[in-house]
Design a protein around this ligand. Structure first.
Ligand SMILES: C[S@@+](CC[C@H](N)C(=O)[O-])C[C@H]1O[C@@H](n2cnc3c(N)ncnc32)[C@H](O)[C@@H]1O
Length: 282
């Protein structure tokens, strides 16, 4: 396990993922009934953009930093940016929150959140960050050094019956897309009505259709929605040219707002004139 998210925190991929994560969480909050969230690949929860690893790549410069100075953000993106501002001083962008933090901020007393992180050091850091940021939140559980795919099998279906599973792997392994399809197959068999949100990298855009189709063919899966963002022309297919988010049982508010969000984000995060997005029902 070589991947450390601290090299990439706050980059364009985090922006897309966390904007859509927040929109989905807002949807879950619309009903009083409790919801449960499972984050299978949680990371450490809070990232120091002045730290050595983040400074080495500077990726947040072409991600969250491009949004902070804007005064014309669509409401859904504005709310996400406000969460980021909340952990920073007005003068300096230093901290970038991860998916556990965005989830935790949307919990009401009746809701709960389970976080899995497998990396020994990062899972310790996650547990420590949760303890210090959310000391009173008894409903947040950190499963340290735990394989998120295994937890997904073990914990579904949740008693709450409403909620979302976020799957955000590092894609270090060649068969990670297959692992995700297997996890979704297991998940949907156990909990067909849950929302599943998967982040994935796009190097060669032509290979993504295959992944989409495999998800669509999973038994019991009916509603699948995917948003793919390319930040540049994919001339060099060894590079991260974009990323996507796929939703099984997408929240209504997300599909409804997607064009407002992506029409704004795509040119803002663009690195050349080949930037584009597509949002599709599969
Ligand atoms: C892309 S990062 C997660 C970022 C986080 N979701 C966020 O948005 O802030 C992927 C994380 O998954 C962890 N990881 C890798 N394989 C795992 C597995 N099988 N189960 C749980 N965590 C895993 C890595 O150590 C890494 O911290």
């Amino acid at each position: 396990m070589n991947y450390r998210h601290s090299y990439h925190a706050g980059n364009f991929a985090d922006v897309l993922k966390h904007v859509l994560q927040c929109v989905a969480l807002e949807y879950l909050q619309q009903k009083d009934k409790p919801f449960w969230l499972l984050d299978t690949h949680a990371g450490i929860g809070m990232y120091d953009l002045q730290g050595e690893q983040a400074q080495k790549t500077g990726e947040a410069t072409d991600g969250i930093a491009r949004l902070l100075a804007r005064d014309d953000l669509p409401p859904a993106i504005q709310r996400y940016v406000e969460w980021v501002k909340q952990v920073n001083s007005p003068e300096q962008l230093r901290w970038y929150p991860g998916s556990p933090w965005f989830s935790a901020q949307h919990l009401r007393p009746q809701d709960s959140l389970t976080l899995c992180e497998m990396h020994p050091q990062d899972s310790g850091a996650l547990a420590e960050n949760v303890r210090s940021e959310f000391p009173a939140a008894k409903q947040i559980k950190v499963l340290e050094q735990t394989n998120g795919y295994g937890a997904l099998k073990a914990l579904l279906p949740p008693p709450q019956k409403r909620g979302m599973v976020l799957i955000d792997p590092p894609f270090e392994q060649r068969d990670e897309f297959e692992q995700v399809v297997r996890a979704l197959t297991d998940g949907v068999r156990r909990w067909a009505t849950g929302i599943y949100a998967v982040w994935y990298p796009i190097k060669d855009p032509l290979t993504i259709g295959d992944f989409h189709q495999k998800v669509k063919r999973i038994a019991g899966v009916e509603k699948v929605f995917a948003v793919d963002l390319l930040i540049r022309t994919a001339t060099d297919r060894s590079k991260l040219n974009g990323c996507g988010m796929l939703f099984i049982n997408p929240p209504f508010g997300l599909t409804e707002q997607i064009h407002d969000i992506m029409d704004y984000l795509t040119p803002l995060l663009a690195q050349d004139r080949g930037a584009e997005y597509q949002s599709i029902w599969l």
